[in-house]
Design a protein around this ligand. Structure first.
Ligand SMILES: O=P(O)(O)OC[C@H]1O[C@H](O[C@H]2O[C@H](CO)[C@@H](O)[C@H](O)[C@H]2O)[C@H](O)[C@@H](O)[C@@H]1O
Length: 382
């Protein structure tokens, strides 16, 4: 295999490599029924909750959602390091793993199901490739993890789908041979040579290496609005110590990880709520200790997965095995898509039990790395 050709393209593995790298290992039963949600071929506006209904963030569930949006930090866990508690937690985690088995322990099963199929890898960034840290600007990928991603991308088309802006996540990962989808999939860059699919128009763009690429940006018209709401959010939250607002081009994030929970979380929630009242075409979603503001369009990480598969010619769900690894609520849309038409594998990264549409689990980023390395090793020994 000419591995250099895999790195030649600015953003992805050469499609000719795709067929060469197809797993040829025996497979038998597929894990899911054939039925699933049908693919949407257009970007539709979806109704937003009526403004005015959410008059008090204390009673509308925002605060409860904020509290449950991420496991406690290592610091807090250490403070409650009581042996009985941790034994109980282990038992609960182990029983949870019956429902979401470890992707490492199930590795042979995963590989077996890939027989005569092209594996395509989708990776979330924060909490999946880099551990969750207090400062979003310091969420770096380790050199080992970068190598693991680089190696797996030699064999399988690999995409990063992040809530961050496409530029930011590209800067952090720094691998030219991948696909990148930023702003929760609302900003996708793909090579000109990819099949154009039925989702709408693509924009020609010259990337950082001077190569011509295509961009798919279903929320393009919202650019000025996101910019404006970002500035408003910065202004309205500036008095709340610890708040951080990020502009991700097609969405904005309001972080409250470093905000005092008792005194100021309700203030942050109220600020975002009040700002959104003025923007009926924007809605709010939740990530890990972050409130996200995004356009009211029918587009999410799941749609981005469908788009990327289709653009690589995988309209036929029988010749592809997508694997999506993610840790966040926004990744659930992608897990759902994989459970449906594509019968792929969603893998939830979580050290605590939680309900998910994923099939398998991995405990943390180091297990993600191990899983990617195992895929590479399997191909090297093949
Ligand atoms: O889709 P992702 O790539 O997982 O991005 C989701 C959000 O990730 C970042 O925030 C999260 O990670 C930070 C760094 O570890 C952490 O401090 C924060 O609490 C987490 O929510 C990013 O900053 C957000 O803008 C993304 O939406």
């Amino acid at each position: 295999m000419d591995l250099n050709s895999a790195n030649a393209s600015p953003v992805l593995t050469d499609p000719s490599l795709i067929n060469k790298s197809t797993f040829r290992i025996c497979s038998n039963l597929l894990p899911y029924s054939q039925s699933g949600p049908s693919i949407s071929t257009s970007v539709l506006m979806i109704p937003r909750k009526k403004p005015g209904k959410l008059d008090d963030v204390r009673s509308n569930g925002w605060l409860d959602a904020m509290k449950s949006s991420s496991p406690p930090s290592k610091k807090v866990q250490k403070e409650v390091d009581i042996q009985d508690f941790s034994d109980d937690a282990d038992i609960v985690y182990c029983s949870w793993m019956f429902k979401y088995p470890s992707a490492l322990n199930s590795f042979q099963q995963i590989v077996s199901h890939a027989k005569n199929k092209q594996i395509v890898i989708f990776l979330d960034y924060d909490g999946t490739l880099s551990p969750i840290v207090d400062d979003p600007d310091r969420a770096f990928i380790s050199a080992d993890m970068r190598s693991a991603v680089r190696d797996v991308a030699k064999y399988f088309p690999t995409a990063i789908i992040s809530g961050r802006s496409r530029d930011k996540v590209y800067q952090l990962v720094g691998l030219t041979e991948l696909y990148y989808a930023g702003s929760h999939g609302m900003d996708i860059m793909l090579p000109i040579k990819n099949e154009v699919c039925s989702y709408g128009s693509l924009i020609k763009y010259t990337d950082q290496q001077g190569k011509e690429v295509n961009l798919f940006q279903p929320a393009r018209e919202f650019l000025p609005m996101i910019d404006e709401v970002f500035r408003t959010l910065v202004d309205k939250t500036k008095e709340v110590k610890g708040t951080k607002v990020e502009n991700h081009k097609f969405c904005a994030s309001v972080h409250y990880r470093n905000v005092d929970e008792n005194q100021s979380w309700p203030v942050v929630a109220q600020c975002v709520h009040d700002v959104l009242k003025e923007y009926p075409r924007l809605r709010q979603t939740h990530g890990r200790k972050v409130l996200e503001v995004r356009p009211v369009i029918d587009w999410d990480k799941g749609k981005a997965v469908e788009f990327l598969l289709e653009s690589q010619g995988f309209r036929n769900s029988h010749n592809v095995l997508p694997i999506y690894i993610g840790d966040d609520r926004t990744d659930e849309d992608a897990f759902k898509v994989l459970r449906g038409r594509y019968q792929g594998y969603g893998i939830l990264v979580s050290a605590i039990p939680k309900e998910s549409n994923a099939i398998f689990s991995l405990r943390d980023t180091s297990e993600v790395k191990e899983f990617l390395e195992s895929l590479t090793k399997t191909m090297e020994n093949h």
